[in-house]
Design a protein around this ligand. Structure first.
Ligand SMILES: *[C@@H]1O[C@H](CO)[C@@H](O)[C@H](O)[C@H]1NC(C)=O
Ligand SMILES: *[C@@H]1O[C@H](CO)[C@@H](O)[C@H](O)[C@H]1NC(C)=O
Ligand SMILES: *[C@@H]1O[C@H](CO)[C@@H](O)[C@H](O)[C@H]1NC(C)=O
Ligand SMILES: *[C@@H]1O[C@H](CO)[C@@H](O)[C@H](O)[C@H]1NC(C)=O
Ligand SMILES: *[C@@H]1O[C@H](CO)[C@@H](O)[C@H](O)[C@H]1NC(C)=O
Ligand SMILES: *[C@@H]1O[C@H](CO)[C@@H](O)[C@H](O)[C@H]1NC(C)=O
Ligand SMILES: *[C@@H]1O[C@H](CO)[C@@H](O)[C@H](O)[C@H]1NC(C)=O
Ligand SMILES: *[C@@H]1O[C@H](CO)[C@@H](O)[C@H](O)[C@H]1NC(C)=O
Ligand SMILES: *[C@@H]1O[C@H](CO)[C@@H](O)[C@H](O)[C@H]1NC(C)=O
Ligand SMILES: *[C@@H]1O[C@H](CO)[C@@H](O)[C@H](O)[C@H]1NC(C)=O
Ligand SMILES: *[C@@H]1O[C@H](CO)[C@@H](O)[C@H](O)[C@H]1NC(C)=O
Ligand SMILES: *[C@@H]1O[C@H](CO)[C@@H](O)[C@H](O)[C@H]1NC(C)=O
Length: 460
C-alpha cells in the first residue's frame, strides 16, 4: 500500500466522521412576555434529522467566564429553561453541542442579553368596524398587558402589501388602531408586534423579536343595504302557523369572511309578549307562531359591522270572526243540459277576517239542495248531474274557523236536452224574427206619423 492510499484512507475516514456530526443552527432563545417571572425557551433546527443524536445547550457567561448551564435535551430540538437557572441581564454566549455516537460538533454561538429577548404571541384582532373609509381595529393586549409596537400590513387581494407601524400604551384595556382604507375596496390585513424593551439594557440589542404575523384577515365592505325579505305562511287548524322567512344575500364584497344574521322574534299572545333571539348563517328561518301579531327584526353582521335592522310585521290572524263578504263576481259559464261551471273572485284577505278554510257551495233546484266544500285556493267549480231545462240557484260563502260568511247568489238555467235546430227550423225562426221586427218598426212609424198630424192640426 502506497503512502497515497494511506492518505486517501485517512481523509475519507475523517470525512465520514465529520459527516456523522453536522452542527445544528445557532439557537434562538426568548421568553413569552416582559413579565419578570417568565421562563425561557431555546430552539434550534437540526440540519441532519436522520442521525440518532443528542443535543446539549451551553450558556456561557462571557463576563464572568463561567458556564451558567449545560442542559441536555436528548433528541429534541428545543429546551425549556427555568428562570432560576439563568442570569438574564448580562451578555451570555449560547450554543448547541451535538453528539452522534462518540463524535461531537458545536453550532455557531449567539451573544445575547436574555432579558431583551421577548417574543409575544401573534396579535389577535378582537373586532373590526368599517365606517366612512376608516377601519377601526381592536386588538387583544399581550399577556403582560403592556403597550407594544405593532406593524400592520394591508393589501387589495393579489396586490403588494403596504405597511405602517404604531405603538400602544400600557394603561388601556384593549389596543386599538384606525386604518384609512378606500371605501369601495375589499382588503386583507395582518399584524405583528414586538415588546417595548428596557432602553438602558437593550439599547444596542439587535435581536428585538417580532411576534409571528397574525392570520390574514379579510376586510369586507360595510354592510349597508337593507335586506329584501319574503315570507310564506302556512296555517294549521290548531291555532299555530308556520312562517317561512327568506332574505337576499348581501353583495359578494360585503359577504367576504362570512355573514351572520341575528333575528329577534316578538310574538304577542293575549297575555305577555314572548321574545326569542336567534343567530343563524342561513338566509332562511322557519318557525311556528300563534295567530297573534308577530314582529321579526333581522340584522346582518359581517366582519366589519352590522346592517340596520329590517323589521317585518306578520299580522294577526283574527280567527274569531267570519268573512264580512261573499266571493265577488259569481258567474256561471259553460252551461250544458247537465252541467255548468261556477266561478268567482276569492274573498280579499282583508275581508276574510280570519284564515279561510274553504268555500261552501249550495246548489238548489228541483226541490233539492246539495252542498260542496271547495278548497280556499280555488276560484271555480264544475257543477254536475243537473237536470236539463231546469233552473237552479247557486249560493257561495267563505268559511273560517269562526263560521260561514254571507252568501253570494246567482241563478241559471240548464239547456234543454235537444238543443240542435234543423235548417228548416232555423229558416222558419229567422222569417218569424224578420216579421216581428217589421211589425215593431211599422207600428212605431205609424204612431210617430199620427203624433205629427195631431201637432199640425193643433196649429192655427
Ligand atoms: C410561550 O407560550 C406558549 C403558548 O402559550 C407555550 O407553549 C410556551 O411554552 C411558552 N414559552 C415559554 C418560554 O413560556
Ligand atoms: C439512539 O441512541 C439511544 C441511546 O444511545 C439508543 O438507545 C437508541 O436505540 C438509538 N436509536 C437509533 C435509531 O439508533
Ligand atoms: C468510539 O466509538 C467506538 C464504537 O463506535 C468505540 O469502539 C470507541 O471506543 C469509541 N471511542 C471513544 C474515544 O469513546
Ligand atoms: C463544543 O463546545 C464545548 C463546550 O465549550 C467544548 O468542550 C467542545 O470542545 C466543543 N466541540 C467542538 C467540536 O468544538
Ligand atoms: C414596511 O416594510 C418594509 C419592508 O419590510 C420595511 O423596510 C419598512 O420599514 C416598513 N415600513 C413601515 C412604516 O413599517
Ligand atoms: C299544529 O299542527 C301542525 C300541523 O299538523 C303541527 O306541526 C304543530 O305541531 C301543531 N301545533 C300544536 C301546538 O299542536
Ligand atoms: C320553507 O322553506 C323551505 C326551504 O327553505 C322549503 O323547503 C319549505 O317547503 C318552505 N315551506 C313553506 C311552507 O313554504
Ligand atoms: C262570466 O264569465 C265569462 C267567461 O269567463 C265572461 O265572458 C263574462 O264576462 C263573465 N261575466 C261576469 C258578469 O263576470
Ligand atoms: C268551458 O268549456 C270549454 C270547452 O269545453 C273549456 O275549454 C273551458 O275551459 C271551460 N271553462 C271553464 C271555466 O271550465
Ligand atoms: C236530490 O238529490 C239526490 C242526490 O243527488 C238525488 O238522488 C235525488 O234524486 C234528488 N231529488 C230530486 C227530486 O231531484
Ligand atoms: C290548491 O291547493 C292544493 C293543495 O293544497 C293543490 O293541489 C291545488 O292545485 C291548488 N289549486 C289551485 C287552483 O292552486
Ligand atoms: C246561504 O245559502 C244556503 C243555501 O241556500 C243557506 O243554507 C245558508 O243559510 C245561507 N247562508 C246565509 C248566511 O244566508
Amino acid at each position: 500500500m502506497g503512502i497515497r492510499a494511506v492518505l486517501l484512507l485517512v481523509v475519507s475516514v475523517s470525512l465520514t466522521e465529520a459527516a456523522g456530526c453536522i452542527p445544528t443552527t445557532s439557537p434562538w432563545c426568548y421568553k413569552n412576555s416582559t413579565l419578570p417571572e417568565e421562563d425561557f425557551m431555546c430552539k434550534w433546527d437540526k440540519r441532519n434529522p436522520k442521525e440518532n443524536q443528542t443535543h446539549t445547550l451551553f450558556i456561557w457567561d462571557s463576563e464572568k467566564k463561567t458556564f451558567i448551564m449545560f442542559a441536555n435535551s436528548g433528541d429534541h430540538s428545543e429546551k425549556y429553561i427555568l428562570l432560576e437557572e439563568l442570569i438574564t441581564t448580562r451578555k451570555m454566549d449560547i450554543w448547541v453541542q451535538t453528539q452522534v455516537g462518540n463524535l461531537t460538533c458545536n453550532s455557531s454561538k449567539i451573544s445575547v442579553i436574555l432579558e431583551c429577548l421577548v417574543k409575544y404571541s401573534a396579535p389577535q384582532i378582537t373586532s373590526m368596524k368599517r365606517s366612512a373609509g376608516i377601519l377601526s381595529l381592536t386588538l387583544g393586549k399581550p399577556k403582560d398587558r403592556k403597550g407594544v409596537k405593532y406593524e400592520i400590513r394591508w393589501r387589495e387581494r393579489g396586490s403588494e402589501w403596504q405597511n405602517a407601524t404604531f405603538e400602544t400604551e400600557d394603561s388601556t384595556i384593549q389596543d386599538s388602531y384606525k386604518l384609512h382604507l378606500q371605501k369601495q375596496t375589499i382588503y386583507q390585513i395582518q399584524l405583528r408586534r414586538q415588546a417595548k424593551l428596557q432602553p438602558h439594557l437593550c439599547k444596542d440589542s439587535l435581536q428585538t423579536l417580532w411576534s409571528d404575523w397574525s392570520p390574514v384577515r379579510d376586510v369586507p365592505l360595510e354592510i349597508r343595504l337593507p335586506l329584501v325579505k319574503c315570507w310564506v305562511e302556512k296555517k294549521w287548524m290548531n291555532g299555530t302557523r308556520h312562517i317561512n322567512l327568506t332574505w337576499d344575500e348581501p353583495s359578494a364584497e360585503e359577504s367576504v369572511g362570512g355573514v351572520e344574521y341575528k333575528l329577534n322574534i316578538n310574538v304577542w299572545p293575549c297575555e305577555k309578549p314572548k321574545r326569542k333571539e336567534k343567530l343563524t348563517l342561513d338566509r332562511a328561518y322557519k318557525t311556528s307562531i300563534t295567530y297573534s301579531e308577530a314582529r321579526i327584526s333581522i340584522i346582518a353582521t359581517n366582519k366589519v359591522g352590522s346592517s340596520p335592522p329590517v323589521e317585518i310585521i306578520i299580522p294577526a290572524v283574527k280567527h274569531l270572526s267570519t268573512p264580512i263578504k261573499g266571493p265577488g263576481n259569481v258567474n256561471i259559464s259553460n252551461v250544458t243540459h247537465e252541467s255548468a261551471v261556477v266561478s268567482w273572485l276569492s274573498i280579499p284577505v282583508a275581508e276574510q277576517r280570519g284564515f279561510l278554510l274553504h268555500y261552501l257551495i249550495w246548489i238548489s233546484g228541483q226541490g233539492n239542495t246539495t252542498l260542496h266544500k271547495v278548497q280556499a285556493n280555488e276560484t271555480s267549480f264544475k257543477i254536475k248531474n243537473l237536470h236539463p231545462g231546469a233552473s237552479y240557484t247557486v249560493s257561495i260563502a267563505g268559511e273560517t274557523m269562526a263560521g260561514k260568511g254571507p252568501n253570494s247568489t246567482v241563478n241559471f238555467e240548464t239547456h234543454s236536452e235537444e238543443m240542435g235546430l234543423s235548417w228548416q227550423d232555423q229558416t222558419i225562426l229567422s222569417v218569424c224574427v224578420v216579421a216581428l221586427l217589421c211589425t215593431i218598426i211599422c207600428s212605431v212609424a205609424v204612431r210617430r206619423g199620427s203624433r205629427r198630424n195631431q201637432y199640425i192640426s193643433a196649429a192655427p
